[in-house]
Design a protein around this ligand. Structure first.
Ligand code: PHE
Length: 454
C-alpha cells in the first residue's frame, strides 16, 4: 500500500519538486496582488500578519497537502479518497478534492484575465508605448485596454493556450521541462529589477513602507485579506500542491522541502515589493492605487527613467513567466483526475477543460466592459471570483485538509510520510495542524462574519 506508483510520472529529484512547487506558488499573487494589497492595507502591519500566517498556518498545511498527495499518489480527488479509506474513514473526503478542483477553475478564470493584461503590457513595453507617458495617459491606456473586450479576449486566449500546451505535455515533458527553463529565468530577472530599483533613490522609502510596523493601521478586514492571501500565494487549499506532492520522490523530506518553498515564495513577494515601491515613490505616485498599481504607476515610472522601458519590458516578462508557471498548477488537479477517471490522454482532456476555463474567463473579463453591470453580492464578476476563492474557498479547503491530516489520519500514516526524526518538530507540526491552523482559520471567518453582519 505504501509504495504506490503514480501513473502520471514523478519529478526527477527533490529540487525539481521544490522548483515546480515554487513555480506554482510564485505568481501574480506575489508580484501583482501582494504589493497592491499591502499598499491598500497600510504596509508594515499587514506584512507582519501575513508573515505570521505563512509560518503558523501555511507551512503546516502545505506539509499536510504534500503528505496526502504523496501517500495517495493520484489526483487530489482520488488521493483524498484513497488515503481516507486507508485510515478507515469515509471516502466522502474526496469532496475536499472536488471543491479544490472547482476553486482551480474559478481562480484560473480571473487569473488568465490579469495574465492577459501582462501579455498586452509585454507587447506595449517592447513597443516603447510608455516612454515619457504621464500618470493620466497611463491610466487612460489601462482603462482603454479594460474597455476593449476584443483585446482582452485575444490576450486571455493566448494565455489559456500557453498554459494548456504545457499541461498537455504531462509531468515530465510538460511541467518539469517548463520549470527547468522558467524558474531560473524568473530569479535572474527579479534580481536585475531589484538592482534597478535600488538605483532609483527611493529605496529607503519603499523599504520603510513595507516594514514599518504600525498596529493602528490594522483592521479585521486586513487580517482576513492577509489570511486569504497566505493561502493564495502558497497555492494552498485547492489541491495544486497536493497534486505536485503526488509526483514527489519518496525519499525527499517533506518538512525541509516545504520550508524551502515557503521561504522562496515569501522572499520573492518581499523582493517584488522592494522592486515596486521605490519606483512608485521615486515618481511621487500613490502606493494604495489598488489593482492598477502594477499597470498604471509602474509603466509611468519606467517610462520616465532613462532606459526604463527595457526594464519595464523585462519586468512584465518576469510577471508573465510567474503567472504561466502558476496557472499550470491550477489546472493540473482537474486534468490528472480526468485522465485517471476516464483513461483519456492528456490532449483531449486539456482541450476540453481549456474550453471550459476559456469560457469562464470571458465572464470574468466582461466585468470591465459589457458585463460591468452584473453584480454578485455587490461585487462585479471579477472581484467576486477573487473574493470567493481567495477569502472563502481556499481557507475552507485548507481548514479541511488540516483537520484531515491532524484528526483523521493516524500517527502511523503521518509519521511514516513526514519521516521527521526529531520528536519536538513532529510535535510542533501536530499542534499546528490540529489546533493552530484550524482555530485561526475558523476564528477569522467567524469574527469577520460577525463584523460584516454587525
Ligand atoms: N500561488 C499563485 C500566486 O501567488 C496562485 C495560485 C493559487 C496558484 C492557487 C495555484 C493555486 O499567484
Amino acid at each position: 500500500m505504501k509504495d504506490r506508483q503514480n501513473i502520471h510520472g514523478s519529478w526527477a529529484n527533490r529540487w525539481i519538486f521544490i522548483l515546480a512547487a515554487t513555480g506554482s506558488a510564485v505568481g501574480l499573487g506575489n508580484i501583482w496582488k501582494f504589493p497592491y494589497i499591502a499598499g491598500e492595507n497600510g504596509g508594515g502591519a499587514f506584512v507582519l500578519v501575513y508573515l505570521l500566517f505563512i509560518l503558523a498556518v501555511g507551512v503546516p498545511i502545505m506539509m499536510a497537502e504534500v503528505l496526502v498527495g504523496r501517500r495517495g499518489r493520484q489526483s487530489p480527488i482520488n488521493s483524498m479518497r484513497e488515503v481516507a479509506i486507508e485510515a478507515n474513514h469515509s471516502p466522502k473526503w474526496a469532496l475536499v478534492g472536488w471543491m479544490g478542483a472547482l476553486a482551480g477553475f474559478l481562480i484560473f478564470s480571473f487569473y488568465s484575465v490579469v495574465a492577459g493584461w501582462v501579455l498586452a503590457y509585454i507587447a506595449g513595453m517592447g513597443n516603447g508605448d510608455f516612454i515619457g507617458m504621464d500618470g493620466d495617459a497611463a491610466g487612460k491606456a489601462f482603462n482603454d485596454l479594460l474597455a476593449d473586450p476584443q483585446a482582452l479576449l485575444i490576450w486571455h486566449s493566448v494565455f489559456v493556450v500557453l498554459v494548456m500546451t504545457v499541461v498537455m505535455g504531462g509531468v515530465n515533458k510538460g511541467l518539469e521541462r517548463a520549470t527547468r527553463i522558467m524558474m531560473p529565468a524568473l530569479f535572474v530577472l527579479l534580481l536585475v529589477l531589484l538592482g534597478y530599483s535600488m538605483t532609483t533613490g527611493a529605496f529607503g522609502q519603499g523599504f520603510d513602507f513595507l516594514f514599518h510596523f504600525d498596529p493602528s493601521e490594522l483592521s479585521w478586514d486586513a487580517v482576513l485579506v492577509a489570511l486569504g492571501h497566505s493561502f493564495f500565494t502558497l497555492s494552498l487549499g485547492m489541491g495544486a500542491i497536493m497534486a505536485y506532492g503526488s509526483y514527489m520522490p519518496k525519499k525527499a523530506s517533506i518538512g525541509s522541502t516545504v520550508l524551502t518553498i515557503a521561504a522562496l515564495d515569501t522572499v520573492v513577494a518581499l523582493i517584488a515589493g522592494l522592486a515596486i515601491f521605490p519606483i512608485v515613490f521615486a515618481n511621487g505616485m500613490d502606493p494604495g492605487a489598488g489593482p492598477g498599481l502594477m499597470f498604471i504607476s509602474l509603466p509611468v515610472a519606467f517610462g520616465q527613467m532613462p532606459g526604463g522601458h527595457i526594464f519595464g519590458f523585462l519586468f512584465f516578462v518576469l510577471v508573465g513567466l510567474a503567472a504561466w508557471s502558476s496557472a499550470i498548477s491550477l489546472m493540473e488537479p482537474a486534468v490528472a483526475w480526468m485522465v485517471e477517471r476516464f483513461g483519456l490522454g492528456r490532449m483531449p482532456v486539456c482541450i476540453g477543460l481549456g474550453i471550459v476555463v476559456w469560457l469562464l474567463g470571458i465572464a470574468a473579463l466582461s466585468s470591465f466592459n459589457f458585463g460591468s453591470e452584473v453584480a454578485l453580492f455587490g461585487m462585479n464578476i471579477f472581484d467576486f471570483l477573487d473574493f470567493i476563492t481567495a477569502n472563502v474557498m481556499l481557507p475552507l479547503g485548507g481548514l479541511f485538509v488540516a483537520c484531515f491530516a491532524g484528526w483523521i489520519l493516524n500517527k502511523r500514516i503521518t509519521k511514516d510520510e513526514l519521516a521527521i526524526t526529531n520528536p519536538t518538530l513532529y510535535l510542533a507540526w501536530s499542534v499546528a495542524i490540529r489546533y493552530i491552523a484550524p482555530i485561526a482559520v475558523a476564528a477569522i471567518f467567524v469574527l469577520n462574519l460577525i463584523e460584516k453582519l454587525g
